[in-house]
Design a protein around this ligand. Sequence first.
Ligand SMILES: NC(=O)c1ccc[n+]([C@@H]2O[C@H](COP(=O)([O-])OP(=O)(O)OC[C@H]3O[C@@H](n4cnc5c(N)ncnc54)[C@H](OP(=O)(O)O)[C@@H]3O)[C@@H](O)[C@H]2O)c1
Length: 266
Amino acid sequence: MKQNILVTGASSGFGLLIANKLHQSGYNVIGTSRNPEKYASKLSFKMIALDLDSDESINTLPDRLFKEIDKLDVLINNAGFLVTGIAEEIPIELGRKQFETNFWGTIKVTNAVLPSLRKQKFGKIITVGSITGLVAFPNTSYYASSKHALEGYFKALRYELTEFNIRVAMIEPGSFKTNIMENSSTTLNRIEDYDALRSKSEKYADLIVEQGEDPAMVAEKVLKVVETENPKFRNLVGKGLSALITLQHFAYGMLEKAILKQLNKA
Ligand SMILES: NC(=O)c1ccc[n+]([C@@H]2O[C@H](COP(=O)([O-])OP(=O)(O)OC[C@H]3O[C@@H](n4cnc5c(N)ncnc54)[C@H](OP(=O)(O)O)[C@@H]3O)[C@@H](O)[C@H]2O)c1
């Protein structure tokens, strides 16, 4: 019998590529979007509605989902967005919104499907975190902290779900060319002291986007994790990420100098 996979945020970027890859590999994929009707006719997999910022939408997700399928094999938590800007200039409400969507939204969706996974005693929960959930970069304070929080949460959950035969894993991509920058939010309370740094940081962000890799790599990695019986927790995707993690653990000073050097060159 075909495995059923739910991919959140399947209208764009990684989610779309992941959903297509899994569908082409023979899985029954259900994707989500805040506007599924906009995409439904163009896609080869089923789309249902989900808004991570709405409790009502998340609470009613199981009804919509289990109308389409009778069991869920894999949840892929992919939906999310990016808040950029100098930390002190970002209004707290926008920082809260970053957590509401990326952290709380993801946790609530996970909780919405967990009763079914626990009951059937199998399943996988794969969450798209980020290298910024492990290493932080300038201009990404709220995004990085929302992704750090996901790392901690799912690390704990992995232990708790072992006895139910539910596997928990993270995908941690570096920088990839998706629509994340176009869909990002940057509302700033400008502080003059930061004028020079702000303009450097914006150029630095452009540089990181320019260096972005092919997002198809992420879909490949997700497929591998789906097809691994007992995947490891951490799954990095992208050039040079292991070196960054090693520097962070054993030579944090060197890592900071390298990031500052890149920022100042921008
Ligand atoms: N691109 C990168 O370099 C990179 C690196 C590391 C991690 N990531 C992570 O990868 C994931 C996907 O990002 P992407 O790069 O593919 O960006 P993207 O092209 O902007 O796609 C974002 C997806 O998330 C959905 N989404 C956004 N906010 C939502 C909300 N409030 N409720 C429900 N769905 C929402 C969007 O769906 P609708 O607008 O249709 O609702 C869309 O399908 C994110 O978690 C991001 O943090 C990206």
